[in-house]
Design a protein around this ligand. Structure first.
Ligand SMILES: [Zn+2]
Length: 198
């Protein structure tokens, strides 16, 4: 398959997944970013451009970048969290998609309790463990370094960013979305459990 067809197909897939993420409440307003490696070209990544809402993305809102962050194709600026997306891709060759979003239950639970217990079977089986990444300003190299360290361990598929949101990874965009859904569902359940157990 030629490069143009691969790119066009991946762009359409990413638009579909972004809309699902937004509709599930797994990120809000213009927050969050989704990226994916181009199939068969692991050194090239499509990432959402900055300032676009997941609920209102179009195929041209994804820019093609290399693993150093150079824009190869597309208009506008890549998401400001490009650095941590690339930090994960450089460490984890099996990861083909990275999702970052702001979701209330996951963020609130970790801020209040310092960690996120995996209370549902689905979360325990699919997430195994969820490290918490300490606070660093969004878009900073400091945050990218901390995220890179958190994902250095091969089994880590999700992390929570303190006061900020979450990151999930997958073999494709759909996989990263499903993990985010499991993560937020688990946080919601953990919250209800804490209320009911009082
Ligand atoms: Zn963010």
């Amino acid at each position: 398959m030629d490069n143009a067809k691969l790119l066009a197909d991946l762009r359409l897939e990413m638009v579909t997944v972004c809309q699902k993420i937004f509709n599930r409440g797994l990120t809000s307003a213009t927050s969050g970013n989704l990226s994916a490696r181009l199939p068969g070209r692991p050194e090239q990544v499509l990432i959402k451009r900055t300032g676009k809402s997941f609920g209102d993305v179009h195929p041209e809102d994804f820019l093609l970048v290399d693993l150093e962050g150079n824009v190869l194709e597309g208009e506008g600026k890549p998401s400001k969290e490009l650095f941590f997306h690339l930090a994960i891709y450089r460490r984890r060759p099996e990861v083909n998609a990275v999702l970052h979003g702001h979701s209330p239950y996951t963020t609130a639970y970790v801020l209040a309790k310092g960690e996120l217990p995996l209370v549902t079977v689905a979360a325990e089986l699919s997430l195994v463990k969820v490290p918490v990444v300490g606070y660093a300003p969004p878009g900073s190299q400091e945050l990218a370094g901390m995220v890179g360290t958190a994902f250095e361990e091969p089994g880590v598929k999700a992390a929570v960013l303190l006061r900020h949101g979450y990151i999930t990874v997958g073999q494709d965009c759909h996989g990263a979305f499903y993990l985010a859904d499991v993560l937020e569902d688990n946080a919601k359940t953990a919250f209800l459990l804490a209320q009911l157990s009082r």
